[in-house]
Every structure is written in C-alpha cells, then in structure tokens.
Write a protein that binds this ligand. Structure first.
Ligand code: HEC
Length: 226
C-alpha cells in the first residue's frame, strides 16, 4: 500500500493524514480473502432449494411407483393380465349378423329353404351337437321341427372358439329360447373332435351325437375346473 501514498489525490495535513488514509484505503479495497470457510450466500441456498423443489416435484409426479417394474404392463412374475371376457350375448348378436340372411332376424328361417332356430331341437338340445353343426356345416336332407330341408349350412370353423360359443349362447337365448350358456372349452374340444369329418349329413351327425365325447373333453357336472 505504501506505493499508493504518492499518488493519493487527497491532500491532508500530515497529522490527520494517516488515520484518514488508512480508512479510505480500506473502503476502496475489496474485502480481503480470509482463511477458513466463508458463509454460503443466501441467494445460492435459495436457488439450490428451488431446483430441488422442482426436481422433487417432477420425479414425484412422473416417477411412477419407483419400482423396477413400475412401468411394466403387469407386475414382473405376476399373473398375466387377461382381457375381460366379452358378454356372450352381445358378441353373439354381432356374430348372428352372418346367420341372418338365411335364418332371418326373427330366427324363424324361411319355410322350405332355411330351418328355424327359434324352438329348434338342434339349438336347444345337446350343446356338443350344436357346436359340431356350427363347426362343420350341414349338407343334404335335414329335418327340423318336423320339416325337411335340403340345402346347405356353411361351416363356421373360421370363427374363434369364443365367437362360436357366443353365437350359440345367443341363439339358445333369443326369440323365447332359454337354455344354458355354451362353454368356450366345449367348442374348443369339439373343434378337435370333428376336425376332418367334413359336412354333416343327418345320419353322420346323429352318429356323432350318439358317441360319448372323449373323457377329458367334457368334465362331468361338478368336476373341479382346471
Ligand atoms: C347360407 C345360409 C345359412 C347361413 C348363413 C347359416 N345357416 Fe344355419 N342352416 C342353413 C341351412 C340350409 C340349414 C339346414 C341344413 C340343410 O338344409 O342341409 C341350417 C341349419 C342350421 C342349424 C341346425 C338346424 C336348426 O335350424 O336348428 C343350426 C343350429 C344353424 N343352422 C345355425 C346357424 C348359425 C348360428 C349361423 C350363423 C353363424 C347359421 N346357421 C348360418 C343355412 C344357413
């Protein structure tokens, strides 16, 4: 600091001089760096706090469950999420659109050409036989409610098991028909049973209906479900 003495513009009496000069010098200078830890500026603390707050909010909001499988569609190793089964009557009504041109919306068919589904013994009777009809179709003389039909019923094997079961359930419970639901499992097992048997004739269908289903195909009533 001694070299500043000569350049100091303030001229004082030498007695006053030293105290004043020391103070002006001290005021002019920046604060001297000190040893040890200086206190953290408050503005810095506040900034950090705000960043943490924003970050915490973001992670809390978007972080999911904070588990490794938080974004997995189902818990890893947990049970598979199965699509809820469709209401068979609703699905069956949709599928029935394909049957209407022949069996009619009324379910009464067309006399002499297409047999009725309303009150039909084939619709309301043996479910296994009904599934077999839908799977392979019918060709030739066929008697329904005492009337003979001689036309062709197409196969519906291209439908899913669930769809065949649904349309069967639908025709069993419409136009005053009342019968229990067609199980999808039964359609599945009948599909295997009738594979390769071709279109039914009255006789072959009766023969099929008379044979006992494979033991595993239809569990007896009350058997524990797999
Ligand atoms: C192209 C016309 C046609 C279509 C479409 C059709 N069927 Fe048939 N269906 C027939 C005919 C014809 C018979 C009788 C068989 C014969 O004459 O050889 C029959 C017979 C049946 C029978 C057994 C006899 C009875 O009346 O109960 C059932 C059950 C049946 N159809 C259900 C269905 C269902 C369900 C659908 C739609 C998924 C369907 N059919 C679509 C023409 C059709």
């Amino acid at each position: 600091m001694s070299d500043q003495k000569n350049s100091d513009p303030i001229q004082m009496h030498p007695d006053e001089d030293s105290v004043f000069r020391i103070h002006t010098a001290a005021m002019r200078e920046m604060e001297e760096p000190r040893d040890g830890i200086s206190p953290t500026p408050v503005s810095y603390i506040i900034t950090c706090f705000l960043y943490l707050l924003c970050g915490g909010f973001y992670m809390g909001y978007y972080g999911g469950t904070w588990k490794g499988d938080g974004l997995a569609e189902r818990p890893i190793g947990g049970p598979a999420v199965v699509a809820p089964p469709q209401d068979p009557m609703k699905l069956g009504r949709e599928i029935f659109n394909s049957c209407m041109q022949c069996h009619q919306e009324s379910g009464l068919g067309v006399p002499g050409s297409y047999p009725p589904l309303a009150g039909s013994e084939y619709v309301l009777g043996d479910k296994r036989r009904l599934a077999a009809i839908l799977m392979n179709g019918i060709n030739g003389d066929f008697v329904v409610k005492g009337q003979t039909y001689n036309s062709k019923m197409p196969s519906w094997a291209m439908l899913e098991d669930e769809e065949i079961a649904a349309v069967a359930t639908y025709v069993r419970n419409t136009w005053g028909n009342r019968a229990d639901t067609m199980p999808i499992d039964l359609v599945k097992s009948v599909r295997k049973e009738v594979d390769g048997k071709g279109e039914w004739k009255s006789a072959t269908l009766a023969e099929f209906a008379a044979t006992a289903p494979p033991a595993a195909a239809v569990p007896p009533p009350g058997a524990p479900k797999k």
